[in-house]
Design a protein. Structure first.
Length: 218
């Protein structure tokens, strides 16, 4: 079993470098005479390895409470290697003829995870072009989620297209059911995956939450 999630830390890269979106500090310390160690953590719900739910880009879309526990197990996982340079937008042509009709979770490994400690990870990240979400929804009805090893479906330098792309994956106004989005994944060491369990932080009414993703390998 492997983690496909990164630990949250003070060094976690944040979309747009919004440092106020994640703060971790000491709340109490045995070394200072307290009876126990504890942390105070303040964060936006879209930090670190996290999942975007329909309500993130659709006011009437489903929130976390609408997904039963059983929905977080994926049994037909497909991992695709697609090396990407900064600001590259993944298109339909990159994915055509690669996907199985049975896939319920698509993982895209671009290698951009290698830059996670650098400015380019959040400032010049790849993204997913518009039309990809609609194409996947129309042609792969078993696909329930997509995940990747860069910070956001939005390319930071091309936000307008990224917002449209998010809508096409998540909003109910497009054909068939939405496809959930897992961003900022840890995929460098992923191997032959049998199934995946996504464990969301249970926040009432959330439009997205940090997730711990477990890969069970063959």
């Amino acid at each position: 079993m492997k983690y496909l999630s990164h630990y949250l830390s003070k060094e976690t890269p944040l979309y747009g470098n919004l440092k106020e979106n994640l703060q971790i500090e000491e709340a109490s310390c045995i070394c200072s005479g307290a009876v126990a160690n504890s942390l105070k953590i303040t964060f936006n719900n879209h930090v670190g390895t996290h999942i975007d739910l329909p309500n993130h880009f659709d006011a009437a879309g489903a929130v976390l409470n609408d997904f039963p526990a059983s929905s977080w197990r994926f049994n037909q996982v497909q991992l695709i290697d697609l090396p990407c340079e900064g600001e590259y937008l993944i298109s339909i042509s990159d994915l055509q003829d690669q996907l199985s009709s049975e896939t319920d979770l698509l993982l895209i490994r671009t290698g951009f995870e290698n830059f996670r400690g650098q400015k380019k990870y959040w400032n010049n990240n790849p993204g997913v072009n518009n039309k990809v979400g609609v194409w996947l929804r129309e042609n792969y009805p078993n696909l329930r989620a997509i995940g990747f090893d860069f910070i956001s479906l939005n390319c930071y330098q091309k936000e307008e297209l990224g917002c449209l792309s998010h809508q096409e994956f998540l909003a109910a106004s497009y054909p068939n059911k939405p496809i959930l989005i897992i961003e900022d994944m840890k995929l460098a060491e992923a191997g032959n995956i049998d199934h995946v369990i996504v464990a969301p932080l249970l926040i009432d009414g959330a439009d997205g939450v940090p997730v711990t993703v477990f890969a069970i390998e063959n």
